[in-house]
Design a binder for this molecule. Sequence first.
Ligand SMILES: [Fe+2]
Ligand SMILES: [Fe+2]
Length: 388
Amino acid sequence: MNKERLLKIMNEMVSVEIAAVTEYQQHAYISDDPHLIDLLEDFSIDEMEHIEWCSREVVRLGGLPTVKPMEIKECAHESKAFLERDIEIESLAISRLKEFIKIAEEEGDNRIKKLLEEILADEETHHDKLKSMLNPPTSFKEKLNENMDIGAGLILTGLFWLSLWLFPFYSAFVSDSRWAHNFAYPLILITIGIAYKGKKMSSDLFAMISAFMIIPTETGMISGMLSTEISIVLLAAVIILIVVEKSRKQELLFFQHRWRRWLKKHLITFAFLFLLHMPFIYWFTRVMFGEPAEVNLPPEPPSDPTHWGTALYNILVMPFGLIGMAERLRGRLRRKIYFSKLGYWWSLMIIITGIAVLGIASGAWMIFGIPMVLAIIILIISIIAFKN
Ligand SMILES: [Fe+2]
Ligand SMILES: [Fe+2]
C-alpha cells in the first residue's frame, strides 16, 4: 500500500471540504431565501463531517491534516449565482471522489474506499437537491415524483384510514364511542405529514405534540373522543402556521442558533418516535397484558379476524417509524434508496395490504372494493411518475 498516495488524496479531500464549508456558510449568511438557507446550512454541516472523517484518516495514516482550503471563489450575491457555484463545488467534489475511490481500490485500502463512497453519496444528494432548486421540476410527472415522499405517505395513509372510519366502520363508532381513536390516529398521521412537507419549525413543534398524544390515547389514559378533538385543533394549528409563515417569509418561532438547528432537524424525528409508540404499546401492553384501560379502548385481540387489519398495521408501522427517523439522520439507504421515497412506497404498501386484509377477514369485498381500486390507481400513477 502506497501511504503517500493515500495521504495526498485524503488531504486533498480535506482542502475541498474546507472550501465547501466556507462558501456554503457565506452563501447561507447572505441569502434571503429561507429554504436555500436551511439547505446550505445542512449541507455545510455534512461537509464539516467530511472534513472530520478525512482528517482522521490522514492522522491514521501518520500524516498531518491540512488546514488549507482549495481555491475559494466569490460570486454575485443572489440565489441563482449561489446555486450555480454550489453545484459547481459539488460536481468538482464528485469527479474527484470518483477518481480517489479508484485510487483507494488500487491501493487496497478498503476502509478509505468505503469512506469515500459514503461521502460521494452525500455529495450526489447535495448536487441533486441544488440542481432541483436551480431548475425546479416543470412537468406534472416531475412535480408529482418530487412530492412522493414520506410526508405524502403519511397524509395518504391518514386519509384512507379516516375514510374507512367515516364510511364503512362509522356504525361501529356509533354503537361504541371507544372506537373514536380511529379518527384521532389518522388525523395525527395527516398532521405529521403536512408538517413534514411544510418544513417550518413552529408547525413541526405542533406536529410533534400531536404525535405525542398517541401515547395517552393508545394506553387508554384519555378517551378517543378527547384525543380526536385535540388532533383536530393541532392539525388546524399546523395548517394555519404553515400558511402564515409562507406568506410572511419569516419564522414565527425563533430559538437561539444552537437550539434552532437541533430542533429543526429533530422535531419531526420525535414525531416519528412517538408514532413508533403506537405499535409498541399495541403489541407489548394491549396484546400481551390484556386491556389496561377498557374504559377508553375496546379490546382488539389479533387472534380475532376482525382485528387482523389492526394487527397488520401495527407490524408494518414499526419499520415505517424507523424509516422516518432514519431519513432525518441519513438521506439514503446504502447510497441507492432515499429513505423519504422508501417511506412513501412503504405507506402505499400499508394501505393496500391493510385494505386487502380487512376484505379477507370480513369477507365484505364490496365495501373495500372502492378504496382498494383507488389505492391501486394511486400506486400505478406513482409508478409512472417515478419511472419518469
Ligand atoms: Fe463534502
Ligand atoms: Fe457536498
